[in-house]
Design a binder for this molecule. Structure first.
Ligand SMILES: [Zn+2]
Length: 338
């Protein structure tokens, strides 16, 4: 089959690889309904994360089970499933506390930019839908696998509650999903930080009440101005740079919470600064598996439309164009038709 392989920064190729097979009795093989490019795929693509050997790309997926190993009990051939980008057993202590992304048997999914993929620990990782979803729901279900689940976790970690004021730092796919999630969790005011017209519009559609175009200290000053000098109850950090992290921390009020889901690159925080800021910080790779059943219900009932975040669709064989468009910020998120 053809699959997406990153050979070196900027050198992404759709090439022939062997089809995945059941390797362990806890594996499942799925046929993907669609695939996509993640903002985090751009880190190695841009050379900001080393590429030491050819990498099979792709960690977001949904599709139909074609085969399961002998120990898989909860899903079977013919079922439509969505899984997290983190493989988990869903039974260890961390999983039971709802932190499946720190599972004792954690693996990070790879190789999902392909027509077929092997999912380890299928029972713990995959959630089946009750019925076969219609085609127009596929982008939204695919989004649940990572960007929606991650945006939801950012809102959850930032302790978004009914009536609260939330700030979302970052207008990439995860930031926009953070806006949607904050709205679903009852935030009354949602301040989206974006300077990009199309992204601002989608943020407003997903529930943002204010747009702040300023960045850094000027952005923080604007948030303070909008919150009567107090700062926000909840801040969702969805970028992962030093500037965005400080913008997030400084935008929260004392006692407020920051959910940070942008993978940090070059972020360093000072102990004294953290001490005197008096704010809650929780982040990391999202335990998407915790939220999947609820997110799937919302999507199947058409209560949310996270799939709108895909503003570019390319045939799978044109994967290089998907990466380029996202790298150049011509596209928020690229869907790959397999
Ligand atoms: Zn576990």
């Amino acid at each position: 089959m053809l699959a997406t392989v990153l050979h070196s920064p900027g050198n992404i190729i759709c090439e022939e690889v062997s089809e995945p097979k059941i390797e362990k009795p806890t594996d499942a093989i799925i046929k993907l309904s669609a695939s996509c490019v993640c903002g985090s795929d751009l880190w190695p693509y841009r050379g900001l994360q080393p590429v030491n050997a050819p990498q099979h790309m792709g960690h977001e997926y949904c599709g139909v089970v074609v085969e399961v190993g002998s120990e898989v009990k909860t899903v079977g051939p013919g079922q439509f499933v969505v899984g997290s980008f983190v493989i988990s057993d869903n039974t260890c202590p961390h999983c039971r506390y709802g932190f499946q992304s720190s599972c004792e048997h954690r693996e990070f999914m790879t190789g999902a930019q392909a027509p077929f993929a092997r999912i380890p620990l299928a029972d713990g990782t995959l959630v089946a839908t009750e019925t076969m979803p219609s085609d127009d729901l596929i982008p939204s279900l695919l989004a649940a696998s990572d960007v929606l689940g991650t945006g939801w976790y950012a809102a959850d970690a930032a302790r978004v509650k009914p009536g609260c004021t939330a700030v979302v730092v970052g207008d990439g796919a995860v930031g926009l999903m953070g806006v949607l999630s904050a709205k679903q969790l009852g935030a009354e005011r949602i301040i989206a930080m974006s300077r990009h017209k199309a992204r601002q519009e989608l943020a407003l559609e997903y529930g943002a009440t204010d747009i702040v175009t300023e960045r850094g200290d000027a952005g923080v000053a604007k948030v303070k101005e909008l919150t009567g000098g107090v700062g926000a109850d909840s801040v969702l950090e969805c970028v992962g740079t030093q500037e965005s992290m400080m913008q997030a921390i400084n935008s929260a009020r004392p006692g407020g919470s920051i959910g940070y889901v942008g993978v940090p690159h070059g972020v360093e925080l000072d102990g004294q600064m953290l001490f005197f800021q008096q704010k809650n910080l929780l982040g990391g790779p999202a335990p998407v598996r915790r939220f999947l059943p609820h997110l799937i219900d919302l999507i199947m009932a058409r209560k949310i439309n996270p799939g709108k975040v895909f503003d570019l669709e390319v045939p799978f064989t044109d994967v290089a164009e998907g990466y380029r468009a996202m790298d150049e910020r011509r596209a928020i998120k690229a869907l790959l038709r397999v």
